[in-house]
Structure formats: structure tokens, C-alpha cells
Design a protein around this ligand. Structure first.
Ligand SMILES: [Zn+2]
Length: 368
């Protein structure tokens, strides 16, 4: 099964949402097994610890599923849920910009974790098992239900910290957005998150690599989120028709690369849709042209050098959706979308055009 995230395995689909687990999860299971053996546990103890690890991740999955199902009720799809040793991540198709919607989606996860902790607390107390965990999470002497209870309690509370991109940070932004514009609310929430990440890094009192790395990750993620929101809002006043290269010149699959090179030189167009009859067979940008010339020579055909299956978008789609589609790719600078109107090619939108528009808009706002 193809995965949406690098270094991940797809476990299957739940409620239409792909569940993926990061390969380092196997490392975590290995570590749990080794620690158990070193503490003098036999095979039974190892098996028990591994089952507990899987149960822990199942409850983290339930936390993420709560976000995803709440989002779905509010009309937002979840592309996948990814589980990593650091926790879970729901990859929503877009950020909800209706403040109450973001609040519900953000709080659904911690509410689920706290509810699981409460149910386990009642169960553990009712059955007379110990509620403390002095020996450590995976220790054979610790009651596994108690371990599960504590992890879910900590997970629920930790995620409520008002620190982007954790759930509490999203909840904070949604509250701020009731009285501010969305980018402004994001800016304030980002500053709070960056301040919070510094506090988290110095909380242990002495240098702790995990805390420092977490702080760096929070700082970077918060900045990225602010940048994404600003870009989305910069392009929002425009339509795809405003930014696309309309009626683009095209190449044919059996044109030679020599012919293609002449077109690149003699026009201002930086990327060419490649047609086979009336349908789009691929796209040829400057990087593909250069690579094709080096590998196959100038008498090779365009079809040998072009990128196949280019992404397409309907001309009436929102420009933010185009930006999101282009942003999904790592090599975003070379990305280009074909713009269709009733299956007919009417334009192309290179990522570089959108990036320039965003820069111009930012400069205008600074000048104003
Ligand atoms: Zn969450």
C-alpha cells in the first residue's frame, strides 16, 4: 500500500482514513524488549511489555481518531493518521478556519485521552489494583492498566499546553481568532508557542537533549504554520484565472527536444504541457529539458524527457487548494498544475508564479 509519509508502513484504513506507522516504532519495540530483559524479565515479561506498548499506541490512535472523526463531522477530510514513537499526528486535508470548528477538533483528542484515563482509573480502583507506578512504565511489577492510565492522563494534559502545534495551541488560536483575523491569531499563538518552547527547554534545570530537541521542533513547526497561514491569506483575494498562464503554448509528445529548446528560448514560458492528441500526456519544465538533452540528446522526443501524469485542477477551484496541492510536494519549486475547464486545458500554474505573487502581496502589505 502506498504511504503518504516517508519511512512509514500503511497498516490499513479505518473509517476511510489511512493508518500509517513510522518505521522507528519497531526500534521502540526493540528497546522495550531489551530493557525488559536487562531488568531480568523472561520471555513472558517481554511479551507482556510488548503488548503494553501496542496497547499504548492503540490509545494514542484513539486520540487521533477523535480529531479525525470530529473533523469529518465538520466537513474536513483526514488524509492519514501517522503514529510515531513521539506520538500521533492527524494529517487534515486543510486547517479549519472557522474558530469553533478548530476548537472542537483540537479538544476532541485530549478529551478522549482524559476519558480513557478516567475509565481506567475507575477500573483500577474498583479492582483494587495499585494506582502508583514507582517501578516504571514497562516494569513487570507495574500494573499494565495503571501504566495505560498514567500515559493517557499525561498525554491528555500535555496536549492541552497552549503550544503550537499541540492541540492546546490550536485551541488557543481558535479562541484568539474570534476577535482577530486568522493570520493575526496565528501570529499571537505562534509567539506564545515559541516562548513556551523555550520554557519547556529550561524546565529540567539542566541540559536535557530530548527537551531541547522538542523545543526546536515546536519552534520550527510554529514558524512553518504561521508562514503557511500568511501565504494562504496572501493569495486568497485572487482566483486561479488571475495567476495562471492562460492559453499556454504546448508541445507534442513526438516533438524533438531541439524543437522544445527553441520554444523555451523564444518565449517567456517556463513550463510546457505536452499533448497527445487532445489529452495531456505530461509536462516539460526547464529541469526536465536539461536532463533530457544530457541523457538522450537533442533528437530525442519530448515524451522521453517529460514528467508524466501532471497534476490537474479545475479552473473554478479555490486558489488556496492549488497552493496546498503544490505545497504537498518536496520539490515544490518545480511543481506545476494543469488548469482544466470541463476537461479542456486552459492554463498552467507554476509554483514559482504563486511564490512571486505571495512575495508581491507581502511587500504591498509592508508598504501599506
Ligand atoms: Zn491531539
Amino acid at each position: 500500500m502506498p504511504t503518504n509519509n516517508a519511512w512509514s508502513l500503511a497498516l490499513g484504513r479505518v473509517a476511510g482514513i489511512q493508518l500509517e506507522v513510522h518505521v522507528t516504532f519497531a526500534v521502540l519495540l526493540g528497546w522495550v524488549a531489551i530493557v525488559t530483559v536487562r531488568e531480568g524479565g523472561g520471555w513472558g515479561a517481554v511479551l507482556r511489555a510488548l503488548l503494553l506498548a501496542v496497547a499504548l499506541f492503540f490509545t494514542i490512535f484513539l486520540h487521533e481518531l477523535a480529531h479525525a472523526l470530529t473533523a469529518r463531522r465538520l466537513g474536513i477530510r483526514t488524509l492519514d493518521i501517522q503514529l510515531t514513537p513521539m506520538g500521533g499526528m492527524s494529517n487534515l486535508e486543510k486547517v479549519p478556519e472557522t474558530p469553533m470548528h478548530e476548537l472542537y477538533i483540537a479538544l476532541a483528542g485530549p478529551a478522549t485521552s482524559l476519558a480513557i484515563a478516567l475509565v481506567l482509573y475507575v477500573f483500577v480502583s474498583a479492582t483494587g489494583r495499585p494506582l502508583d507506578m514507582d517501578e516504571g512504565l514497562f516494569h513487570p511489577d507495574t500494573n499494565p492498566y495503571t501504566s495505560l492510565m498514567w500515559v493517557n492522563l499525561v498525554l491528555g494534559l500535555y496536549n492541552l499546553l497552549p503550544i503550537f502545534p499541540m492541540d492546546g495551541g490550536r485551541a488557543l488560536r481558535s479562541v484568539l481568532a474570534r476577535r482577530r483575523t486568522f493570520p493575526e491569531a496565528t501570529r499571537v499563538a505562534t509567539r506564545v508557542a515559541q516562548f513556551g518552547s523555550v520554557v519547556l527547554a529550561i524546565v529540567p534545570g539542566k541540559f536535557n537533549l530530548v527537551f531541547v530537541l522538542t523545543a526546536v521542533w515546536i519552534w520550527m513547526s510554529a514558524r512553518k504554520e504561521l508562514q503557511d497561514v500568511r501565504e494562504r491569506h496572501a493569495v486568497r483575494p485572487f482566483s486561479l484565472r488571475d495567476v495562471m498562464v492562460a492559453r499556454p503554448l504546448t508541445l507534442k509528445t513526438d516533438d524533438t527536444l531541439e524543437h522544445a529548446a527553441e520554444k523555451f528560448v523564444s518565449t517567456f514560458q517556463s513550463v510546457f504541457p505536452v499533448m497527445q492528441g487532445d489529452s495531456i500526456a505530461g509536462v516539460l519544465g526547464f529541469p526536465e529539458l536539461l536532463e533530457g538533452l544530457e541523457k538522450h540528446g537533442e533528437q530525442a522526443t519530448v515524451s522521453e524527457a517529460m514528467r508524466r501524469d501532471p497534476e490537474a485542477i479545475e479552473v473554478d477551484a479555490k486558489i488556496e487548494d492549488a497552493l496546498a496541492r503544490l505545497n504537498e510536494h518536496d520539490d515544490e519549486h518545480d511543481m506545476v498544475l494543469m488548469v482544466l475547464e470541463k476537461d479542456r486545458l486552459v492554463g498552467v500554474v507554476p509554483m514559482s508564479n504563486l511564490k512571486e505573487l505571495i512575495k508581491v502581496e507581502k511587500a504591498l502589505h509592508r508598504a501599506a
